[in-house]
Design a protein around this ligand. Structure first.
Ligand code: ATP
Length: 476
């Protein structure tokens, strides 16, 4: 992991967030190469699951939704972790991580100590115990509109102190009335940053259906940011408080759920193969640990250096979601005229965890001479690098610039004229550029360039006139 984190910073994939201000714990910025890798992943996913299909439609919904959405979906009540605190060092932990277990299938956080007895605090090592678990909602809150409840609360608090000091009974009564108003104002303006992209796809179900005139089965896909006030973020971009998801809600008739589940299960493996992820395992989530409405859930786990952890998920959610949001059945079968709430299969992919797994799979420092990212060419930030053999020979620079500009019309290409050719290869291998093109002295006469393959390190002479077609074929 250290090697990946350091490479990411050095080469511009991922930087620590707000670094000039001392950072903001566990926030990360995607740099010039990181954003290319991320966009390549998202575009590939959108291409595969939206553009290349007839039965999946896209959506890009607002991040902040009416708070009633989160009440109806159960997030206000249940989207929480159990928080415990070491009585000695006051470090806070997710209870589940220390062997406490959820024992209520509805997802409520009634907890009991797992059988492993007393635990020493992983932070300070003492065993004087932890506070009893408290429910901690993971949704980020903010207020909408020209209102500033926190500031109002602060002024009220100052007024209260003053009235206490002056033994001003009348003042105190007024403050208590204002506190009531303030709470009312808070309840009216409180909104949440979405903790998942999924809910908008349920809430917009009727709009998508009516505007597209689709019939079951069909899906809605969305890529976007989600926010969770995680208790224990960490492991680089694996668990952050702000992250991106790629999700599909696939709407079906109840009788089709098993077939559809198996189909999407296979699709998730095919996707992993497409992007070069090999170490993915299935974990069939047992009944007690599944959400109460799910008849089947699979966690797709990856062998990260810090352990086997969830990469993606696949859940059969029954008709739980559409029933939450629609009082009346939102779908009418065109043949039978039967009205009902469609059932849902939900495959979900984390973008940031995908990036981490892709980098871990691609990283290769087995050869002492070089570090290589064996990225699939579809994911590589740059597909091609173009160099003049020597930077101080204007005729070589001019020839190479022409090749560079021409290729840039069709490919993501980078230019490098620093150092010697060996250093440039090293530099491109480290960021996963599949092909390097060098314009040398012979190029001036034979109108050809040397193309070097990142993985095999083999070099081939290719006519400049044939270069775009040659590279197109290699990269596809
Ligand atoms: P975990 O058990 O690791 O907290 P989860 O089961 O809560 O994950 P889901 O709610 O199923 O996760 O979210 C779908 C996907 O979103 C996950 O498979 C993961 O790839 C990604 N994801 C969830 N939480 C985070 C996070 N805090 N940081 C980065 N990615 C995340």
């Amino acid at each position: 992991m250290d090697k990946i984190v350091s490479l990411c910073k050095r080469r511009g994939f991922v930087f620590p967030g707000s670094e000039t201000y001392g950072g903001l714990a566990n926030s990360w910025d995607y740099g010039p190469l990181g954003v290319e890798l991320k966009n390549n992943i998202k575009n590939l996913w959108w291409g595969k699951f939206v553009h290349q299909r007839e039965d999946v439609l896209g959506l890009d919904a607002a991040l902040i939704m009416n708070s009633r959405v989160w009440r109806a979906s159960g997030h206000l009540e249940n989207f929480s972790d159990a928080l415990i605190e070491c009585k000695s060092c006051h470090q806070r932990f997710k209870a589940e991580d220390l062997g406490y277990q959820k024992d209520d299938q509805s997802g409520n956080t009634f907890l009991k100590i797992f059988t492993d007895g007393n635990r020493n605090c992983p932070n300070c090592g003492k065993d004087i115990g932890f506070t009893s678990p408290e429910k901690f909602n993971l949704m980020f809150q903010t207020f909408i509109g020209p209102t500033d409840p926190l500031n109002n609360l602060f002024s009220l608090w100052l007024d209260f102190q003053k009235s206490e000091k002056n033994k001003d009974k009348f003042g105190k009564e007024k403050i208590s009335e204002e506190i009531n108003n303030l709470f009312k104002n808070i309840m009216e303006t409180l909104v949440f940053l979405r903790p998942e992209t999924a809910q908008a796809m349920f809430v917009d179900f009727k709009n998508v259906l009516d505007s597209s005139r689709k019939q079951l089965p069909f899906g809605v896909a969305q890529i976007g940011k989600a926010f969770r006030n995680e208790i224990t973020p960490g492991n680089f971009i694996f668990r952050t408080r702000e992250f991106e998801q790629m999700e599909i809600e696939y709407f079906i008739k109840e009788s089709e759920w098993e077939k559809s589940f198996d189909y999407w299960r296979e699709q998730m493996f095919l996707w992993a193969k497409d992007i070069g992820i090999k170490k993915m395992h299935e974990f069939e989530v047992p009944e007690g640990e599944r959400a109460h409405y799910s008849k089947r859930t699979i966690d797709f786990e990856y062998d990260f250096p810090f352990g086997r952890k969830e990469l993606y998920g696949l859940a059969y959610r029954g008709d739980f979601d559409l029933r939450n949001h629609f009082k009346n059945p939102p779908y009418r079968d065109p043949e039978t005229n039967e009205e009902f709430w469609p059932h849902v299969i939900e495959p979900t992919w984390g973008v940031d965890r995908t990036i981490l797994a892709v980098l871990l799979e691609a990283y290769d420092d087995s050869n002492k001479e070089r570090i290589v990212l064996h990225l699939k060419s579809s994911l590589a930030p740059f597909k091609i690098a173009v160099f003049p053999l020597l930077r101080n020979k204007p005729e070589l620079v001019e020839g190479a610039r022409k090749v560079f500009k021409d290729l840039k019309k069709s490919f993501s290409v980078t230019w490098d004229d620093r150092g010697n050719i060996g250093k440039r290869y090293f530099s491109q291998d480290e960021i996963g550029t599949p092909y390097c093109v060098t314009f040398d002295f012979d190029s001036l006469n034979d109108k050809a360039v040397t193309v070097r393959d990142r993985d095999t390190m083999e070099q081939e002479r290719v006519a400049i006139s044939e270069l775009p077609d040659y590279l197109e074929a290699k990269l596809s």
